[in-house]
Write a protein that binds this ligand. Structure first.
Ligand SMILES: [Zn+2]
Length: 437
């Protein structure tokens, strides 16, 4: 700039009438030209006004366009998605061969997997895609079943194809969820322990958002502490499903969080299941920190205990072969496990964890279901007072009775009373609302 200053000054002194550069700054050149024209009388003042107004109008149009143009998601910023979004190509979901029966050959590096993980981030339940409620066309291809459900939910015609129209809709919805994820992700105390997401999957921030959602259900003083981020009981969830044997949220990692191209035989954990799982696992941690013996004492004789290999087994208060008594006391899986040497004794850990999980994720169902069941009433009351300081949750489906009247497991591959996890399979509404309040 100083060079021009000196240069301009020299010109001015040399040629005082050469006033184009008299402002000493080339930025002012255009203005000077305008001044020159005005002085010469070639542009009238109303004309200047019109020029200025037109300029402002153009700026306003650009500004409005920038503010209202649909923002693109980070998730669909890859080149193949861009091709679909621009209408250059379409994706045939039938090429992604994740099937209801045997014979699947789908892999995590296929585009169909990315589409499935988009549905995952919008709250779709992955527990029973092949069941007749979601699979209304009796399809064999899970990707198509989910795609058709999405198309129905969004008023789009049902087909096997992911085209521009569908991807635009998905992109807008994912962008919205990304904004929410980015807002809350770093609130999660163990954010730094979470790995970056593998390709084709929900981001680290999305995972963190879910874990934070689960943790915020608990009162402030009972939420996860920094030193608990690496607790083995939670580590699989707070890192990358590391070492997980039952299920995974990110299927594109091996058990040491290295990216792999793996065969997909089942859908990954959905958003609800990951959230539900951390509530359950965290309840186990709380169980070890606070005195839960009064809770245990509702269905077990806490004074009658045997310990084997570090596990505590208590004498059960009821006859476990009496279905009615079981229903009065336990949701499924809450009945714990037994030891061959002590058949009338059972562990009580799951009773507490499953009951807390039900309390948070299915508060409406829990309160309704226990009306004529005294032991479960006592459990609800104990959790309400001792864990949640009186806070109750308006979660779960108030119409649960229309499809699972007594929470019995008829037709499901499990025993006892259906708990929160199992109920999702039977819900006619196939999307989770992310409500934990
Ligand atoms: Zn458990």
């Amino acid at each position: 700039m100083s060079f021009f200053y000196v240069y301009a000054s020299q010109i001015y002194f040399k040629y005082p009438k050469f006033y184009i550069l008299k402002k000493y700054d080339l930025n002012m050149r255009s203005q000077s030209l305008l001044e020159k024209k005005v002085l010469k009388g070639s542009v009238s003042k109303p004309q200047i006004l019109r020029i200025i107004i037109s300029g402002l109008l153009i700026l306003a149009v650009i500004l409005i366009y920038e503010l209202t143009k649909p923002e693109k998601s980070t998730y669909f910023s890859d080149s193949y998605s861009k091709e679909i979004l621009s209408g250059e190509t379409i994706y045939d979901m039938s090429s992604f061969r994740l099937l209801c029966g045997p014979g699947s050959s789908a892999k995590t590096n296929e585009y169909g997997f990315k589409i499935i993980n988009a549905f995952k981030q919008l709250g779709y339940f992955f527990a029973g895609p092949c069941g007749e409620k979601l699979n209304i066309h009796s399809e064999n291809n899970i990707g198509i079943i989910l795609l058709n459900a999405y198309q129905r939910d969004n008023g789009l015609s049902e087909s096997n194809y992911v085209n521009k129209k569908i991807l635009q809709k998905l992109d807008t919805q994912i962008k919205k969820s990304e904004k929410r994820d980015n807002l809350f992700a770093k609130e999660f105390r163990c954010y730094n322990t979470i790995k970056d997401a593998p390709p084709n999957d929900a981001s680290k921030n999305h995972r963190a958002f879910l874990l934070n959602l689960a943790m915020n259900a608990f009162p402030e003083n009972l939420r996860i502490k920094n030193e608990e981020c690496t607790n083995p009981q939670l580590w699989g969830i707070t890192s990358c499903d590391e070492g997980s044997s039952s299920g995974k949220y990110w299927l594109g990692y091996d058990s040491n969080c290295n990216v792999i191209t793996s065969d997909i035989v089942n859908l990954p954990y959905d958003d609800y299941t990951l959230t539900n799982t951390i509530i359950h696992e965290y309840a186990h941690i709380l169980d070890g920190k606070i005195d839960t013996s009064d809770f245990y004492n509702i269905s077990f004789y806490t004074s009658d205990k045997v310990s084997v290999d570090g596990w505590d087994f208590y004498k059960v208060r009821i006859d476990m072969n009496n279905n009615e008594q079981v229903k009065q006391n336990f949701f499924s899986y809450a009945e714990g496990w037994t030891n061959p040497n002590y058949p009338s004794y059972r562990t009580a850990y799951e009773d507490f964890a499953v009951s807390v999980e039900m309390y948070v994720t299915n508060g409406i169902v829990f309160r309704d279901y226990i009306k004529n069941k005294l032991p479960l009433q006592k459990k609800y009351k104990w959790i309400k007072e001792n864990i949640f300081n009186g806070k109750e949750f308006n979660t779960g489906d108030k119409n649960y009775k229309s499809y699972i009247s007594d929470l019995s497991t008829n037709g499901l591959g499990m025993i006892g009373i259906v708990s929160a996890g199992g109920m999702t399979e039977l819900r006619p509404e196939y999307k989770w609302d992310y409500n934990l309040k």
